[in-house]
Design a protein around this ligand. Structure first.
Ligand code: ADP
Length: 429
């Protein structure tokens, strides 16, 4: 039976980092939309037939870029998605908004709205299944205001405000307007009206959501928006919109994963949850910490770290730079924030290349920026999305004769035993 719809791909998505892209893709796949993730725009005609997919997710590494670079990359991605014939567009950023006053979410939304010739976009970072909720326009992380949560000490994007309208208006040229929870809970008909009205009065339509059910109602009420933005949660009901338009749901069978049994784990995330995951894993598995100060002054040699990784390859070695807020602050004062981040990311790139050369096929990476760096170092241009290990964190597999399996985890996601669980999942194909 030919399940191909005559308007595939329908949904074009742009994600501002690699873990965000896999997070979104995992929701799309789970809902039945055939989805491919591209980690760079194909320069030449690829052998892959994109029209066999309903959704295309383009992963950028733009979260912490200067606004003009992020805008240029996003517009290029949009142009490519338009050239594929996509009819609806989704800009995915972090469910913790990860973007300070100097951030680029606002400018990117403005540029995409202008290129799409629309005046308003839905703004909804909530992802209640992972503890991110929006109420009265304030973003909460596990019940704490964003600026009172561990996100206030993020090494790259320390979040000092939880009010989304203030954050986005400080960045973009448009006006924010809120649609509150009281309207969401009244259901689809009321919400459609509220969204219509809001989009006449403002440009960034910020919608409250406390539960996944709220998100499903929002997603089902937003079919008029050609452009939606937020965390991955808005994807939960898009499959329904696709069906209403005549699309047929037929999840892609994920490729049979093959592996050598060898898994390496790289952790560049400094989130509280990742620190707990590192702690738990190293109780039973080999682990080595990268110290940016020692790497910079050559007391820690990358060759030694590579040798250590390969010596421990049978036991799933973990190499981590993850550290607590006071250690990070000391590193930042000594080396500077950007240089320290680049130094650490370069170390993981070197390790990833050495592991691949040694035949490792399974990579678990913690951290959005870190994942982007590793995927680029491994020269992985696209992959298919497999089963999720925890909500928002799927196994992804490259499309090549000897596939590589990756688990790319955004800093805050997963439970303390995440690395153990991910390694177990990768070992049984
Ligand atoms: P998350 O998903 O938790 O935000 P990211 O990988 O996106 O994680 O961001 C963490 C950033 O912090 C990366 O750029 C990483 O290189 C940097 N980093 C990691 N460890 C350290 C450290 N010990 N000192 C300074 N910067 C670090």
């Amino acid at each position: 039976m030919n399940n191909k719809s005559n308007f595939s791909p329908w949904l074009g998505c742009i994600a501002d980092d690699y873990t965000g892209a896999t997070d979104l893709a995992s929701f799309l796949v789970a809902s039945g939309l055939r989805t491919i993730q591209l980690n760079e725009l194909p320069e030449h005609q690829t052998v892959l037939d994109i029209s066999q997919y309903d959704a295309v997710v383009i992963a950028l590494k733009s979260r912490t870029c200067a606004a003009d670079v992020a805008v240029a990359d996003s517009l290029k991605a949009l142009k490519y998605l338009q050239s594929l014939g996509c009819g609806k567009f989704y800009f995915k950023y972090c469910s913790t908004f990860d973007s300070t006053k100097e951030g680029n979410i606002g400018p990117v939304i403005d540029a995409l709205m202008s290129a799409l010739d629309v005046n308003s976009a839905l703004v909804c970072p909530a992802l209640p299944v992972n503890g991110r909720t929006v109420y009265n326009g304030y973003l909460f992380v596990n019940g704490q205001l964003l600026n009172e949560s561990p996100m206030s000490a993020h090494p790259l994007t320390p979040m000092q405000d939880a009010k989304l309208s203030r954050l986005i208006e400080a960045q973009g040229a448009g006006r924010a307007i809120e649609v509150n929870h009281a309207q969401v809970v009244q259901g689809r008909d009321v919400l459609i009206n509220a969204l219509d009205k809001a989009s006449e009065q403002g440009n960034y339509v910020i919608v409250d959501a406390l539960t996944m059910n709220d998100l499903a109602v929002i997603s089902a009420s937003a079919s008029k928006f050609q452009f939606i933005t937020g965390g991955s949660g808005l994807a939960v009901n898009l499959a329904q919109e696709f069906q209403t338009l005549g699309g047929t749901l037929s999840p892609v069978e994920s490729r049979k994963r093959q592996n050598s049994g060898h898994t390496v784990i790289f952790s560049g995330s400094c989130s509280t949850m990742t620190q707990a995951q590192v702690e738990k894993y190293q109780q039973t598995h080999p682990a080595l910490q990268l110290n940016p100060l020692s790497i910079d002054n050559k007391q820690q040699s990358m060759q030694d770290v590579v040798d250590w990784m390969l010596e421990n390859i049978d036991n799933g070695p973990l190499i981590y730079a993850s550290a607590d807020a006071s250690t990070i602050s000391h590193v930042h004062q000594t080396l500077g924030k950007d240089y320290a981040a680049e130094l650490v990311e370069n170390c993981f790139c070197e390790l990833a290349k050495a592991a691949k050369q040694a035949g490792v096929q399974n990579f678990i990476v913690a951290g959005g920026e870190t994942s982007g760096a590793v995927v680029q170092a491994l020269d992985i241009k696209m992959f298919e999305i497999g089963p999720s290990i925890e909500p928002s964190v799927p196994i992804v597999t490259t499309i090549e004769a000897t596939p590589i399996n990756l688990v790319l985890k955004s800093g805050n996601f997963g439970q303390p035993d995440f690395f153990l669980k991910a390694k177990r999942n990768l070992s049984c194909s």
